[in-house]
Design a protein around this ligand. Sequence first.
Ligand SMILES: [Zn+2]
Length: 331
Amino acid sequence: MRKKSLELQYLETLAQRTKLSFAEQQQLVADQKGFQGESAVDYLTQAILPTQTEMMDDVNLCVDGKRVQIDKLIQVGRKLYLIDMKNYHGRYSFRNRTWYHNGKPLTHSIFSQIERAHDILARIFAEHHLVIEVVKVIVFTNPTAVIEVDDHSGIIVKYLWEYCDWLQKLCHEEEAANLSWKKVLQNYCVAPYRPVEDFSVDSRKIWQGICCPKCGNFWWQQERFALQCKICGYREAKETAYVRTICDYGTLYFRQNLRLSEVTQFFGNGYNRRYLAYTLKKHFIPLNFKGKQFAYRNPGETFEFSFKNQQRNFKQLEQRVNWKCSPRNNN
Ligand SMILES: [Zn+2]
């Protein structure tokens, strides 16, 4: 499963709790569309390629202090396809080494990111004496985009609807080869880029408490094992709701560790501090701080991604949604 970018997770979490600025709102929409496009490419790729195909998604590399982010790498035969996905709309053309958008020259090249990624990959493989041709491919995921590229770019440009056909033909032509590119790249993989500052420096007021994932409200009927949204009736296991909201805190305050006092403040009035302490202890990794400094490691991402390997456990917790407070169900 492709992860949403950290920026998208941050903006979606923020949008639940405050009014976004115009720029944030625009960024959120662009990120959401980008993610949809990338997910569509993932889905089609998986449907077309044999299951044993060597691939990597959303790769962040750092070489000599230079960072690069790559959307997708697919090995077919002895070639490595470097896929860059663009969610542009409007009319773009590339003539005489210049990009035009709706007829006006662009100040940046749409190719620059993929060229850079290509050069960094080529350099890494050369250093490791790995012979593999890196082929540059840009997929335009927005169906409304019109792209005209002259033939001299050395880059394969595809619309989403052409991509399937192209990929299908490709894997019929090539024989599988055993190359160690994934292992080589592991040495250069780094965590995705994060801005220097988190929500701590923002003075906007945000809604405190647990946000209903169905309707976005903050009013709950609290029971012993479950919460019920007073607006839409959505029921959620109490433990899941608490962990999910701690992750919301962690996503917005990604530079901070998880401290009980600060997390309690984020929940606001009406929530149980002792239960919060219990939830932190049960689900988060303690850091080696003493006394008042004591804190847990902040995964810095939303519940969906921070706990993606424990989704089965949380599914089981959801059985509690129908538990009533009778002692029979306490064990
Ligand atoms: Zn609701």
